[in-house]
Design a protein around this ligand. Structure first.
Ligand code: UDP
Ligand code: MG
Length: 338
């Protein structure tokens, strides 16, 4: 992301010349407890705003009353639309479906649990009109997360930024506004393993953070357990860096040098002192050591190959079951519709 570049004058004029419409994309998975409050809060927050907005919910295969609630809201409110996916595809795929179908001048992606304060949208739009293409919410502190999550998340972003040429801001989540041309660019990225934060950063454009303090969920609980987060982190690292693949050349080279030194030592020792020790412990240790090093390196290869396999199959990223709402008469979503 190019945080220092100055916004272009033409972009600023285009964004201020007419009344803008912002599409707010919210992925929902088992959020029956939070959707109504979310819609209410958005309406209250944006009622006096000097731009129009429409809400686009993606029901990501919820197993509770979420879809029924969203269907009711989408039928009632003219500026609300729901796209229901055919099963749970995961947040990243749901977001992709949302971006594909969003047709506003700018798009905001937001969680429905109100951990992303809606009043920030006003700041987002202000910065967007100043000419920034991406305006993201920057967490001032993460006290609403557990200590363990904070430590692992911090470690992950530091590692990611070290070994990837794509840089993602450490304190940014998915909550952000993107200009139409950013959305169009993200839509050009076809990969199946969708680490959206990485894709958002990869496209570039002028971006800026708006600081905020992340509150706790209003209701329900997080959908991300340790295992899901681990796989998410792997998707991110493997999708945006080849360092884990290439590092084995250097590890191998270091081990080769050490082995040569050790071999010289053993040969010299045997020549000088004769053959007196059977050498079982050193043999055992080296067999186990090289066995595990090789398994780890094959495992890393496996991670890349598994993702190559997923890419080669070219399956759609999501499948749409149903679209509800007036705004649906606008752009047809480009995902797979039955
Ligand atoms: N979500 C989704 N599909 C999933 C998991 C989550 O669409 O498979 C949505 C969820 O409904 C919420 C957002 O993604 O709107 C963020 O989820 P959550 O609050 O559980 O994540 P956290 O804030 O704990 O990172
Ligand atoms: Mg949340």
């Amino acid at each position: 992301m190019n945080a220092n570049a100055k916004p272009s004058k033409m972009a600023v004029e285009a964004r201020n010349g007419k009344r803008a419409r912002i599409t707010i994309v919210a992925p929902c998975f088992n959020e029956a407890e939070t959707v109504d409050l979310f819609v209410e809060t958005i309406a209250k927050t944006l009622s006096g705003a000097d731009f129009d907005y429409d809400l686009l919910f993606i029901d990501d295969g919820s197993r509770d009353a979420t879809r029924d609630r969203l269907t009711a809201i989408a039928q009632e409110e003219s500026n609300v639309r729901m796209i229901a996916l055919s099963r749970n595809f995961g947040k990243e795929s749901a977001l992709t479906a949302g971006l594909d179908a969003a047709n506003g001048d700018a798009v905001v992606v937001i969680d429905v649990d109100l951990q992303d304060p809606p009043e920030l949208i006003l700041d987002f739009v202000r910065k967007w009109r100043e000419g920034y293409d991406i305006v993201y919410a920057a967490r001032e502190d993460r006290t609403s997360d557990t200590t363990a999550k904070r430590a692992t998340a911090g470690g992950f972003y530091r590692l990611f930024n070290k070994i990837s040429s794509t840089q993602i801001p450490e304190n940014a989540g998915d909550y952000r506004l993107m200009d139409r041309r950013v959305v169009e660019t993200v839509k050009l990225l076809p990969e199946r393993s969708r680490f959206m934060k990485g894709l958002f950063a990869w496209v570039g454009f002028k971006s800026i953070g708006v600081p905020y303090v992340r509150p706790a969920r209003v209701a329900g609980e997080t959908k991300f357990n340790f295992w899901k987060l681990w796989n998410f982190a792997l998707d991110g690292i493997i999708g945006f860096s080849t360092a884990p693949l290439r590092i084995w050349m250097y590890i191998g080279a270091v081990i080769a040098v050490l082995s040569a030194l050790y071999a010289t030592y053993i040969v010299a020792e045997t020549l000088i002192f004769g053959r007196d020790t059977p050498g079982y412990p050193s043999l055992m240790v080296s067999i186990l050591f090289f066995g595990s090093v090789q398994m780890v390196s094959v495992g890393v290869l496996g991670e890349y190959i598994a993702r190559l396999f997923a890419e080669v199959k070219q399956r759609p990223i999501y499948v749409i079951d149903e679209v509800v709402g007036d705004a649906a008469d606008g752009d047809a979503p480009s995902g797979l519709t039955p």
